[in-house]
Write a protein that binds this ligand. Structure first.
Ligand code: BTN
Length: 242
């Protein structure tokens, strides 16, 4: 267990640590009247949620699971860019440990194709919840799970409080770059894009599209060359390299 009182928070941010909860995203939604900068972390999450309704399983004491309440001043139409901002924040924090992660659009963090972190961004009427799950200390994952952890990648154990401090500082910075500063954020995400040039299968509702990824477009969308020509995809889509 980490010593959470050592966490360094950006100015005005607050940390609530829960021993156990269903999902930290749900906890933050319950507190959505609060001011921006509320961080809820759970030592144990019993009903963690992933994107597209999938479950997110985390091992107690071996992973970081937390959610942050944000109130972007930018128009709601560009809030989905926070997915890229959150991905970059985790990538920056991993970089502090010499771990260079790729970003699988919009915000899965991969190392050699194995997932180290997943991010779930959910918007309400006037707020956004950024939920982050990061594998810290796991040394063995269940058979068939293509996953890795900070301990496996760095060869040492890491302090959750320190990792959380790095992520929150970076998230505070990148989340301010979804408006005028977006070209810089986009440039950094493109440098880490795990999908550029890759053949992918996109699942959108019950439609399946295959094609070659061109790049992440200027608004943060994924551009894919399909048999029907280039098409742009929103972040709601599921994308898998094939
Ligand atoms: C994904 O890869 O599909 C996203 C996974 C997001 C998991 C995190 S853990 C903290 C927060 N609470 C949740 O219920 N989900 C997110």
């Amino acid at each position: 267990m980490s010593d959470w009182q050592d966490v360094m928070l950006p100015p005005g941010w607050r940390l609530v640590v829960l021993e156990e909860t269903g999902s930290t995203n749900d906890e933050v939604r319950l507190r959505c009247q609060d001011e921006a900068g509320l961080v809820v972390l759970a030592e144990k999450q019993t009903a963690g949620r992933g994107r597209r309704g999938a479950a997110w399983l985390s091992i107690e004491g071996e992973s970081l699971t937390f959610s942050v309440l944000l109130r972007p001043s930018e128009p709601k139409a560009i809030w989905p860019r926070l997915s890229l901002a959150a991905g970059m924040a985790v990538a920056d924090a991993l970089g502090r440990y010499g771990i260079e992660a790729e970003i699988k659009w919009p915000n899965d963090l991969l190392i050699g194709g194995k997932k180290i972190s997943g991010i779930l961004v959910e918007a309400g009427a006037d707020y956004v919840v950024v939920g982050i799950g990061l594998n810290l200390g796991t040394l063995q994952f269940p058979e068939g799970l293509e996953a890795t952890s900070m301990a496996m990648e760095s060869g040492r154990s890491v302090q959750g409080a320190e990792v959380l401090s790095f992520i929150l500082t970076a998230l505070d910075g990148w989340s301010r770059e979804i408006g005028g500063g977006f070209p810089d954020l986009l440039k950094r995400v493109r440098e880490r894009c795990a999908l550029s040039g890759r053949q992918v299968r996109l699942i959108s509702g019950n439609r399946v599209v295959e094609g070659q990824v061109v790049q992440i477009g200027n608004s943060g969308e994924l551009i894919v060359n399909t048999p029907d020509g280039p098409k742009s995809f929103l972040q709601a889509h599921e994308v898998r390299p094939i």
